[in-house]
Every structure is written in structure tokens, then in C-alpha cells.
Design a protein around this ligand. Structure first.
Ligand SMILES: [Zn+2]
Length: 365
């Protein structure tokens, strides 16, 4: 994935159409044939590489650093095309595969980062690439949040922050986002250009089913409402972004509401490992079921109501998804990134619990 990110750089710098064509073929094959629902890649049938098309076993290799390279690749393609699917996928990998590779303390990590996991993360690995790669990718968050053209700013991620994005349309520009996303869909964006100027702010309209492999229902895409300085607007849509073109001045405010339905994710039939299985998603977060809470070999019926609930007491505060298994017992799913953080290993590292299991996909029949 690092090499593909470099190839995208060359395609962008040279404009070589053959190079770009090769890069897009690779992207298409990865995203639509070899892509985990967590945004992880590399099923591991070949040495640290990809397996055959549609071969996505749950005990995948999904090496953590491949997620870093994939984020770089998606970001570069987003800079070339200024189209939202690359940022949609980047967000998936960031929140699920990459964040799922480190523990809540930020001290321990998975080298192999499979969807079916067993046991805690570790503080060191014989091949210690991830220990540096994961933090540097997370610390580059401002880079992934925005991209630019001469007269437009593209908002790719929704993260509470203040970022100096540099020059747009001849003015320095600072953007402050205030939000609890992904727990809440409300996002306030304060636009602070040094000089009043006309330019576009293009805001990603999330698509939760970019890869042809997966379909998430009910739909929870796009932006439910947008207001500028308190007035509701209906901006035009280009390449998956809502485009707001106006004269921006310091203190202008954009208010967004992003839908965050609890979704059931199903895969196409070609993915043998996932037949008869379902995963849960809310916004950018893919969920995981842990054996510490329930029997994860149970069946999740397709008609069971599922609800989201904020649990400030659990895992430093998470929105859980609750429901009922086929046998009537209570079901609870936690965000995949937070899995395997409750064994108490931090207090007694000598006694890491190996027996706890977690799974992203569970049986639905
Ligand atoms: Zn690594």
C-alpha cells in the first residue's frame, strides 16, 4: 500500500495517464475485491500481501501498517480527483482498522489486526514497524482532514479541532470544528479567513457503502441539513461533496447534521467467509461483539430492533448498540476500535487474558 501511495504521487505530479490508469486499476481491485469492512487490507494468504479476489477470512492478517499505507493512498487519490469516495474509505480505515490496532491507553498494539480477535494487544513485536507507524499516521490527522484546490477547501473528516489550512483563494484560512462526532452527527464549522474572500467550501457527504462488497441498511448517507450563519441552505453536490460558494468572512459558521442510523451490513455472495453473517455499523464505526459480554456464536435475527445508547461508564465512553439475540439473551456491540480493552492487562501485564474472543461478523441465520 505504501508503494501504491507513491505511485499515486507520481501519477499526480506527472499527469501520466498510463500511470494513473494503473493506479486506478489497483484501487478498484483492492476496494471492490479485497477490502475488509473495517477498512483493513491484506488477508495474508501471501506473505504480508493480498489473497485471491473475494477471499476475506475473519482471521485475516490485516497488518496494522498496511492501514497506514492505505490511508496515504486514499488521501493521494482524493487530492487527484477531489471526489468523496476516497475520504469515505480513508475515514473507515482510520476509525476501524487503524484505531483498532492500538489500545485505549495508546501503549499496546496489534501487529496482525484480524476481524476475529483473541487476546490483548502487545507492547512490542519482533518486527516493530507498527509502533512508530501508527502514532505518526494518527498525528498526521490534520493532513487527512482537509484538501485544497486554488479556490476551494474540501472538508474530508469531522473532528473537533482548529487547523490552519494555509492559503485558499489568496487568504490564510483557519477552520475550527466543534463536534462530538462520531457519537453525535452535529458538526459546527467556524470559517476564519484572514481576509474576506470568495471561495468554495466543499463538505463530504458521507457514503457508508462505497465498496461494492458491502451494503449497509437502512441508508444513512449524506448530510441531513446544512445551515450557514443560522440560515438553512441546499447546496449543489459535486463528486460527493456539498459545495458552498460565497464570500467568506471571519466568524462565519456552518452547521451540519449527519445521519447516524444503526446499520446492518451484509456482503455480496462471492465473499464466502461472510455468507449468513451480519456486521453492525453506526456512522464511520464498525462494531464488534466480545465474548466478555455474551455468547458471540449466537444468532442475530434480521428483525431484532437495534438501538444506540451512550455509555459514559464503558471503555472511556462509547455508544453501544443493544438488542436481543435469537435465544432471548441481551446483545451488546462495542466499537471495533475499543475491543479487547477489558482484561485488566494494564494493571497486571503478567496475566494477560488470552481467552476473550471478539468478532465483527456474527451469524444472522
Ligand atoms: Zn507494522
Amino acid at each position: 500500500s505504501y508503494s501504491y501511495a507513491g505511485m499515486a504521487d507520481i501519477a499526480m505530479e506527472t499527469g501520466d495517464i498510463d500511470y494513473l490508469s494503473a493506479v486506478m486499476s489497483l484501487w478498484d481491485n483492492i476496494v471492490n475485491r479485497k477490502y475488509y469492512v473495517t477498512g483493513g487490507i491484506g488477508s495474508g494468504e501471501t506473505s504480508e500481501g493480498f489473497g485471491p479476489d473475494y477471499s476475506l477470512p475473519h482471521n485475516a492478517y490485516c497488518e496494522s501498517c498496511s492501514s497506514c499505507g492505505l490511508i496515504f493512498f486514499q488521501h493521494k487519490l482524493g487530492m487527484i480527483w477531489h471526489a468523496s469516495p476516497y475520504a469515505d474509505l480513508l475515514e473507515d480505515t482510520l476509525y476501524n482498522a487503524l484505531l483498532g490496532s492500538i489500545d485505549l491507553e495508546g501503549r499496546n498494539f496489534y501487529y496482525q489486526n484480524p476481524l476475529d480477535s483473541r487476546g490483548d494487544r502487545y507492547d512490542w513485536h519482533g518486527c516493530p514497524c507498527c509502533v512508530g507507524n501508527i502514532p505518526r499516521t494518527l498525528l498526521m490527522l490534520p493532513t487527512w482532514m482537509y484538501s485544497k484546490s486554488d479556490d476551494a477547501l474540501y472538508v474530508n473528516l469531522f473532528v473537533g479541532s482548529t487547523v490552519h489550512v494555509g492559503q485558499v483563494a489568496g487568504t490564510a484560512l483557519e477552520i475550527t470544528q466543534t463536534t462530538d462526532y462520531p457519537w453525535s452527527g452535529k458538526v459546527e464549522i467556524a470559517v476564519n479567513p484572514t481576509v474576506e474572500k470568495e471561495f468554495s467550501i466543499s463538505i463530504r457527504r458521507p457514503n457508508r457503502s462505497v465498496s461494492n462488497l458491502y451494503d449497509a441498511r437502512p441508508a444513512s448517507d449524506g448530510i441531513a441539513s446544512i445551515a450557514v450563519n443560522g440560515r438553512a441552505i441546499s447546496p449543489s453536490v459535486r463528486n460527493g461533496y456539498a459545495v458552498i460558494n460565497r464570500r467568506w468572512k471571519k466568524g462565519d459558521r456552518i452547521l451540519l447534521d449527519l445521519p447516524l442510523e444503526v446499520q446492518r451490513v451484509k456482503a455480496i455472495d462471492q465473499v464466502e467467509a461472510i455468507r449468513g453473517r451480519v456486521a453492525l455499523r453506526r456512522g464511520p464505526l464498525i462494531y464488534s461483539f466480545e465474548s466478555i459480554d455474551q455468547n458471540i456464536d449466537n444468532v442475530l435475527p434480521s428483525d431484532t430492533p437495534l438501538t444506540a445508547r451512550w455509555r459514559p461508564d464503558l471503555l472511556d465512553g462509547v455508544v453501544v448498540i443493544e438488542g436481543t439475540w435469537a435465544d432471548g439473551s441481551p446483545l451488546v456491540a462495542i466499537p471495533n476500535y475499543a475491543r479487547h480493552n477489558r482484561s485488566g492487562a494494564a494493571e497486571r501485564p503478567e496475566g494477560r487474558r488470552r481467552g476473550t474472543r471478539s468478532s465483527v461478523w456474527v451469524r444472522d441465520r
